[in-house]
Design a binder for this molecule. Structure first.
Ligand code: HEM
Length: 134
């Protein structure tokens, strides 16, 4: 079935923001070795530039996420769908918290741990979203 114009806009904004939040983290992680080789502080500058895009994208994900839920007839969704939504909300919160802790890491070990949790939970939120969309 073809989506209505408004549904198409809503889901396209959600997916574009997911591409920036999730894909951006993986892309930046892949670029870090090259950026470190380009000079002291270059990787940090790139991370700060990415943060100026990624946090607005995260906010858009949360806003359009609630818009998604508001348009779905939740009374007609299965228990499994509701459980997946609940797990997704927890994973989205973990994704935001770990990304924030990653930016405030004081040691390389903290940086690695919060970076890994941030990337993994962001990918998990994306995958759960695909299941919710059916
Ligand atoms: C890190 C944050 C998030 C990511 C990466 C993410 C990613 C995605 C993706 C990739 C889809 C699938 C779209 C498709 O296959 O067409 C989706 C769908 C969905 N997301 Fe999210 N999402 C996030 C946050 C949220 C939040 C906070 C909520 C709820 C408050 C939410 C609720 C939904 C719902 C209900 C759908 C299904 C929409 C539909 O079928 O019309 N998402 N999400």
């Amino acid at each position: 079935m073809l989506a209505s114009a408004l549904d198409g806009i809503r889901l396209s904004i959600h997916v574009l923001a997911a591409a920036i939040w999730v894909g951006g983290q993986f892309t930046l992680a892949g670029l870090v070795p090259t950026l470190r080789g380009a000079g002291n502080g270059v990787a940090n500058l790139a991370a700060k530039a990415f943060a100026r895009m990624s946090w607005p994208a995260y906010a858009v994900l949360v806003l359009t996420g609630f818009w998604n839920v508001a348009t779905i007839q939740t009374a007609q969704t299965s228990t499994a769908w509701k459980v997946v939504l609940g797990v997704k909300l927890a994973v989205v919160a973990l994704s935001g918290l770990s990304a924030w802790l990653h930016t405030r890491a004081k040691t390389p070990a903290q940086n690695a741990v919060w970076g890994a949790i941030s990337g993994t939970s962001a990918a998990a939120a994306m995958i759960l979203g695909v299941f919710l969309a059916g």
